[in-house]
Design a protein around this ligand. Sequence first.
Ligand code: RIB
Length: 633
Amino acid sequence: MNIKDIAKLCGVSPSTVSKILHNKDSNISVETRKKVLEVIKEYQYVPYSKVINSAAPKTNMIGVLVSGDMYGGQEFLYAIEAAAAREGYSIILCNTQGEEDKIQKYWGVLENKGVDGIISVCQDVELPENGKIPKVQILGKKRENSKNDTADIYFEMQEAGYAAANYLLEKGHRKIACLLREDDTDIKAGCLLAYKERFISPDKEWIFLGTDEDIMNIGIARCLGEEVTAVICADMEIGNILYEKLRERGDTIPNKISVISARDHKMAERICPPMTAVHIPTNEIGEAAVGALIEIVEGRKPAYECRKRFELKIIERGSVKKPANHDQGKKIVVVGSMNMDCIINVSHIPTGGETVRSGNIVSLPGGKGANQAVGAGRLEGLVYMIGRLGNDSDGKEIYNSLVNSGVHTDGVVFDENIPTGKAYINVPPDGESTIVIYGGANEKLDRSQVRQYAQLLDDAAYCLLTLEIAEETVEYTIQKCKKKNVEVILKPSSVEKMKESLFENIDYFIPNEKEVKQLIPGDATIEEKADILLSKGVKNVIITLGHKGCYLKNAEYERYFPAADFYPLDTTGAADAFISAFAVALSEGHEILYAIRFASYAAGVSITRQGVQPAMADRKGLALYQEEINSFT
Ligand code: RIB
């Protein structure tokens, strides 16, 4: 069998086969190359290894090019050396310092030594286009145009910046400084991406890129002059210097300031407190590089099939904790009901004397008050709950749902004598659900409990109320709110009448269409009924209209808002999602029109999932729609 036979078998020209055999195949498609190599292998024409090493016998030597500045270079080196030794190879090390002419020079040296292959641990360098020597490149960033003759083993330094910033943001940090080296632009980009996803515009002064000297003399002082609560360091060296400076100032880590390194190092475990860091799996990467090179050298795989990306992960140690003053909006207190919802999916809502079967029943935490608190908590609001649960498994499940959503449960009481409230909710495939409520412990949420926890209202900005608890309790809470300058957001529910005196102290009244009809029967239009409510003393009326959106009327505005465009799976609790998001937006200082747009999207997200509390949007999820929210009219 000769080269022509191979060409015939592959349906290509002999020169194509020849180019592939001699690795001069940059113009040949990946598929053609693959096919030719498979045929060569199948017919054992000439072992691939012999072809590529035809000029020289195998030496079992691997050349390793390093550039002193590639972070983790030493770790990669150790890993490469160990893995090579295990496979019976030794290494020849060349320090190129990342300089083009040195790379050329050492490449020639390694070629003359007859190395079987070369591994480069240099970022941003072009290796010589020399088809004879198999090559693997370890990179901290994916190459735009990978080359067929090189196996790229890579990770993304941008991911390190993103992971570090995201980790701090999730802990609640908002005032985050970065101390990075001049060429850490990928880490910076990753940090900025994490901020952007949460719509946080970082203070530019706090993102410092410079030489080691600049970082020591200017960067640290500039960042720490401000009230930052966390710092992302480029690496452990900078982290160590920062530790020293913080100690000199008498600041404790992480109580006063949290510190994270965008690059991990063995040393991170030995310092005090051990430093949380983004781990680059240097051992695995080094091993993979050797493995890939041997695959190519021994003809088992072409280089382009050996490419591999490595993920980075955070190693939690002890240098990060939540900020002391978690930077949230103003305080929101919810005084309201908590139920275990028994959600029953039905083909249609049964009418008098009718029985329908359900193929799906689930129990999930609910209740208008708890829903609002969970909704606000998920959106990272500073929210406290005052409410009452039975001392039973339902009560505990609801309590856990509150805690897991970041709600402060100081005002939640477990009643020994009465079960947790329940709601039996029939959900038809389309249309509105119907709810039957058993009040249970909610009925015992009275003025004495509100009085007991009234100090929670002291520094609050908003209080969320519904009429799923006793009207007398609501009335008492409103009085407390007025004394303490807390704005009242109230949703009427399950009531045909409300005490007239309540209206004049309601800052935001948020009924749905049916609730408006119950409170103000008659043929007047929505707009006219909103006027009636305003005349009773309500400051802002927002009537939620389901898929038609909502209507706002106050002294300044009178306008309809469309609903955010989401496909409904279960609309139960959409108003709770709306109200919680509305309160969070106000608590963060947004004006009412923005708060309504933000709330419309929170409600929209919630109807795409089953249940109420599990369906509530979290901040990150809602942030995906931020551009739409900003431009929503
Ligand atoms: O608004 C929805 C809620 O109303 C349900 O979670 C149910 O418990 C009832 O309170």
